[in-house]
Write a protein that binds this ligand. Structure first.
Ligand SMILES: [Zn+2]
Ligand SMILES: [Zn+2]
Length: 107
């Protein structure tokens, strides 16, 4: 896991914390100043931005191997179905039939 860097300035996107002087925050990189309230809002926006749009986005150079497009018709089963069936096994077929029977009984 790569952690997103914490950004402190929406103008220059520096990761260096600003200086606090004369009741204002001054960016050490671009010199932008804002008061406490404005700065809190700015930090919130920056945080939301880095959270929703990770900086270290991993772009795979090769496509991931394709998962089997069809899985067993039984809900929780991820196995590949057998060529002559919707299910991977007799077991799943039975479980599905039993579940459907229970639903029909309940309604
Ligand atoms: Zn700045
Ligand atoms: Zn199955």
């Amino acid at each position: 896991m790569t952690q997103n860097p914490t950004l402190y300035c929406s103008t220059c996107r520096t990761t260096k914390p600003p200086l606090f002087a004369r009741r204002a925050y001054r960016c050490v990189m671009c010199g932008k100043t804002r008061n406490l309230t404005d700065y809190r809002v700015e930090l919130d926006q920056l945080r939301a931005m880095t959270a929703s749009r990770p900086v270290m986005k991993v772009v795979p150079s090769t496509p991931a191997p394709l998962a089997p497009t069809t899985t067993c018709a039984w809900d929780t089963c991820e196995n590949e179905p057998r060529s002559n069936s919707k299910y991977c096994s007799r077991n799943c077929s039975n479980r599905n039939a039993r579940a459907r029977h229970a639903v029909r009984k309940a309604s």
